[in-house]
Design a protein around this ligand. Structure first.
Ligand SMILES: Nc1ncnc2c1ncn2[C@@H]1O[C@H](COP(=O)(O)OP(=O)(O)OP(=O)(O)O)[C@@H](O)[C@H]1O
Ligand SMILES: CC(C)(CO)[C@@H](O)C(=O)NCCC(=O)O
Ligand SMILES: [K+]
Length: 276
């Protein structure tokens, strides 16, 4: 085992951080290899400002909650490693720039053509990562805080996409902006909810989930109309739930979906390794 450890240690170690609207998404890379990926809540500003004081990557990872057995002695004596940052939350970007070895990814580093200036870096990176891994034309569905569709043609040119409130936001909005609707969540619901709900919670779950699934199906059909051989990758915190529903309701669509939570990290790796 020892020779392998030595070989790995010679690979460049770097951290990738994607700041989403709900939480932080992390990956630890050894050269081109994604060694570990995990999510955390946002860190308080006071903690981030002190991260620079940690002397080794081990100390840093402990602070950002990497399941400790994975960090192991691999990182014990290494100095703080480069942090590659992609963020769709400007206030958080500013905080993380206080970490000494940070490089913020911007749209101009991604070789997609036809992008518009305010396109989210998460959408661009996920599309680039998916297209580089599985080929273009590619449609990425991000089942995150916002639900997004982002597509590129065979020439790696952005076709565009769509943005709507994601599953959690739809429940939250109903709970917060009405007088008597409860805050509903979808966690731990293994089976399909009934289409015609006979209580308030079931009615909200049905309304949100079945219209979201219908919307996803409609975008996918429009995509295949445009690009019959177009690929589709799905990511984001609600991807499994959506995939389960699609498998039950539209198995022929589900069978063609590529499910991959790390698309943004594949996009970042392309930029680190190949400069795009
Ligand atoms: N542990 C969790 N914490 C927060 N959201 C979760 C969790 N597990 C599943 N989810 C679901 O994930 C969704 C948020 O997705 P995700 O974490 O991908 O969003 P995000 O932080 O905005 O990231 P991104 O911007 O990369 O999409 C919520 O709608 C929620 O229902
Ligand atoms: C749509 C979100 C919130 C999805 O995370 C993000 O990509 C973003 O803030 N985008 C900017 C607007 C755009 O992509 O057109
Ligand atoms: K999001």
């Amino acid at each position: 085992m020892k020779p392998q450890r030595q070989r790995e240690n010679r690979e460049k170690i770097w951290l990738a951080l994607e700041i989403g609207n709900s939480r932080l998404h992390w990956a630890l890379f050894l050269g081109e290899t994604l060694y570990s990926a995990w999510d955390t809540d946002y860190l308080p500003e006071s903690v981030i400002q002190h991260l620079a004081e940690y002397q080794t990557l081990d100390d840093l990872l402990e602070k950002i909650f990497l399941p400790s057995q994975q960090a192991e002695s691999l990182t014990k004596t290494l100095p703080l490693c480069p942090l590659l940052l992609a963020s769709v939350v400007p206030s958080q970007t500013a905080i993380w720039q206080t970490y000494p070895n940070t490089c913020v990814i911007t749209l101009d580093q991604i070789p997609l053509t036809g992008v518009y200036p305010t396109l989210g870096i998460d959408r661009a990176l996920a599309l680039w990562g998916a297209g580089k891994a599985w080929g273009f034309p590619m449609l990425v569905i991000d089942a995150g805080t916002a639900l997004t569709f982002t597509a590129a043609d065979a020439n790696q040119c952005l076709l565009g996409g769509a943005i709507l409130p994601g599953l959690g936001l739809q429940f939250a909005t109903l709970g917060q902006k009405t007088g008597q609707l409860p805050l509903v969540e979808m966690h731990n619901i293994a089976s399909l909810v009934p289409r015609f709900g006979l209580n308030t919670t079931e009615a909200i779950q049905s309304g949100v989930i079945y219209t979201l699934i219908a919307g996803i199906k409609d975008f996918i059909e429009a995509w295949w109309h445009l690009c019959p051989d177009g690929k589709i990758a799905i990511k984001g915190g609600d991807r499994t739930l959506f995939l389960n529903y699609l498998q039950a309701l539209y198995p022929e669509i589900a069978a063609r979906l590529i499910m991959e939570s790390n698309l943004i990290f594949w996009g970042m790796r392309e930029i680190v390794i190949n400069g795009g």
